[in-house]
Design a protein around this ligand. Structure first.
Ligand code: PAF
Length: 286
């Protein structure tokens, strides 16, 4: 294994990648915003297994944060992140600054129509979020030009938006989805978990517990009843406030009114625990 190279400019990143691309080697890419946890490291290790070279990017993308407070509080620890990456098979870390990605604050718009996909749930409650995600992911894919790009299913709607972008724009990279990695009590791993108080952390598993119950109850219960039951169950503990809980078509993410509307569904939720916003989902097999 070679030492991990750290690069902060686009020009140098492209140069570093060139010899591997010339030899037609497989390049795996894991885009992140840092504050790495086991969820990210699984993506890195999967990429290492499936490619010749693995690249990770760390860029806290301001244009995908609709809430300035969330951006300000987003955990940042590049030196710890770099150490974790080195130990897990990453060959190159690309960590550009803001000016490098958006010179003079200019972003390159991606003109794509996503229908309802980027307007429901996260799209509704975080206006502009997916626009920012699409711009940065497109730009990063253009720079790295990977064979395979890895995304976690925890951000299920993001995964669907990126998959649609790949299809619409005919991007070369394969979009590889990876299962959500969970703590022992079921809480989905997330950089935001670091912001939970000890007390909040102890009860946070409730979100996944309710999602699992929803999966178990499945089509035996009408969609609207199941949704209402889930919201009530999560909020039985007053520290939780559900922003949305939807049961949606797995691909279009259009919320279902009855089970007959989709062949595969997913239950997705965003919940405030104290002032920390957590998202999670489970796939439902109809
Ligand atoms: O999932 C994330 O961490 C981010 O949305 C991504 C894909 C790195 C784009 O900034």
């Amino acid at each position: 294994m070679q030492d991990m190279k750290e690069i902060s400019t686009i020009k140098e990143a492209k140069q570093w990648l060139k010899p591997y691309q010339k030899k037609n080697l497989k390049i795996g890419f894991v885009p992140t915003m840092g504050a790495l946890h086991e969820g990210h490291l699984r993506l890195i290790r999967q990429s290492e297994n499936e490619n010749d070279i693995t690249v990770c990017s760390i860029f806290v993308n301001p244009i995908q944060f609709n809430n300035p407070d969330d951006l300000a509080k987003y955990p940042r620890n590049i030196s710890l992140d770099a150490r974790l990456l080195t130990g897990n098979g990453c060959d190159m870390l690309f960590c550009p600054g803001l000016e490098e990605m958006y010179p003079e604050g200019k972003t390159e718009n991606v003109d794509l129509e996503f229908g309802l996909l980027d307007k429901v749930m996260e799209g509704k409650f975080r206006p502009g979020h997916f626009k920012g995600v699409v711009i940065v992911v497109k730009k990063l894919l253009d720079i790295i030009n990977p064979t395979n790009a890895y995304f976690g299913k925890k951000d299920f709607q993001q995964l669907m938006v990126i998959t649609r972008m790949k299809k619409e724009l005919g991007l070369k990279a394969n979009i590889i989805d990876c299962e959500t990695v969970r703590e022992d009590d079921g809480l989905a791993m997330s950089s935001r978990n670091l912001r939970l108080t000890i007390g909040e952390r102890q009860v946070a598993r409730r979100i996944f517990e309710v999602l699992c119950k929803v999966r178990e109850k499945g089509t035996k219960t009408p969609v609207w009843e199941l949704r209402e039951w889930a919201i009530k169950k999560i909020q039985e503990d007053s520290r939780f406030r559900v922003e949305y809980f939807e049961i949606a078509d797995r691909e279009t993410l259009v919320p279902l009114e009855n089970w007959g509307q989709a062949s595969q569904a997913v239950a997705l939720t965003a919940v405030f625990l104290g002032d920390v916003r957590l998202i999670d989902n489970v796939e439902l097999f109809l």
